[in-house]
Design a protein around this ligand. Sequence first.
Ligand code: IMP
Length: 423
Amino acid sequence: MAVDLLLGLQWGDEGKGKIVDVLTKNYDIIARFQGGPNAGHTLEFDGIKHVLHTIPSGIFHKNAINIVGNGVVIDPVIFKKELDNLEKFDIDLKSKLLISRKAHLILPTHRLLDAASETAKGKAKIGSTLKGIGPTYMDKTGRNGMRVGDLEMEGWKEKYRALADKHEAMIAFHGVELQYDLKELEAEFLTAVKTLKSLNFIDSEEYLFQAQKEGKKILAEGAQGSLLDIDFGTYPFVTSSNTTAAGACTGLGVAPNRIGEVFGIFKAYATRVGSGPFPTELFDEDGATMGRIGNEFGATTGRPRRCGWLDLVALKYAVQVNGVTALMMMKGDVLSGFEKLKVCTAYKYKGEKISHLPYNIESENVTPIYTEMEGWAKDLTQLSAPDQFPQGLNAYIDFLEKELEVPIKIVSVGPDRTQTIHR
Ligand code: IMP
């Protein structure tokens, strides 16, 4: 049985949480494979709005097993808060939520290091969510990290101390003012580790291997977006993991030839939080309208998101890198009421028209070339079938499918589970 993937194709915040939640009924296992609590996956159902950061978005379905894979980085403190927030839902977390022993731990000093590093960068800062993601992955690739499995070993506290002490020296190296009480942070960390240890730790690659053999249906849930990928994103304004399809192989131990469908999620327009290039960014009333109607504020940080027209050059790149087999367009409803819509189909780059993503997409290097389309006035939020779509929306979808050469299988017209139209 193949493992299906679900990935964000832009700069994150595409609505992956909602779609995983919608699709979970078709799967036995939902597995997160990268990133950490920098993610904020928002789910809305039965009048409830819930934001998950590390826990997979299948957690609200009775029959699904949720796995936090080896590629994920876990902050026990944030994880504990997520677990506390789930208490009211009466979920049997011990059997429904399994954690890879090989997942790395975010220590309090990783978070501090993130803050020190960002402050020291000044104007060149990444705009990190400051959850300690970069420093934790640095320790992972530097072969210094602490893993979930270490918590089952004797002497993990000594290992913790040595790493935290090293981090303190590194924080001092940055030479910036940081106010913190490490003792307090450590006490909170130790309490949270106890909670984490109340869950089941597993050898997740073996678990998933057996599950595949037994014919279980598995969905790998991505976090962030392809343009934030450490290799293929807008480096250095990226996150520190592989957010693209290959990340599911390394972040779960799934072989490439076991991958089935690759579902690519994108918004009908584009947004970005944090710093970094964004060729189609709008600084006008249209951008402000998208932000207002789309409620574009970070689910993790609350920061307003930058908004702009859909960038097909970047989207095509993401479709190619991931091998997307089916597309899902989110927030189509936000574009209702725009008289004209623009879609970027090429860039002007060094005096030439190009239709691929070049090395350097800073605004001084690329100017988007737009195709203009008629908008639609109809409110989409109450629609339930594609035959109710206004002409403008159909034309928009047809145009994107032709350009991207992949079918758009789902059109989302609102945040609720029920506002999901299959085509
Ligand atoms: P970090 O991964 O927290 O260090 O953040 C690095 C960059 O990725 C920043 O620009 C963040 O705003 C962005 N980022 C990280 N996680 C997310 C996410 O889940 N959604 C959108 N942007 C994100």
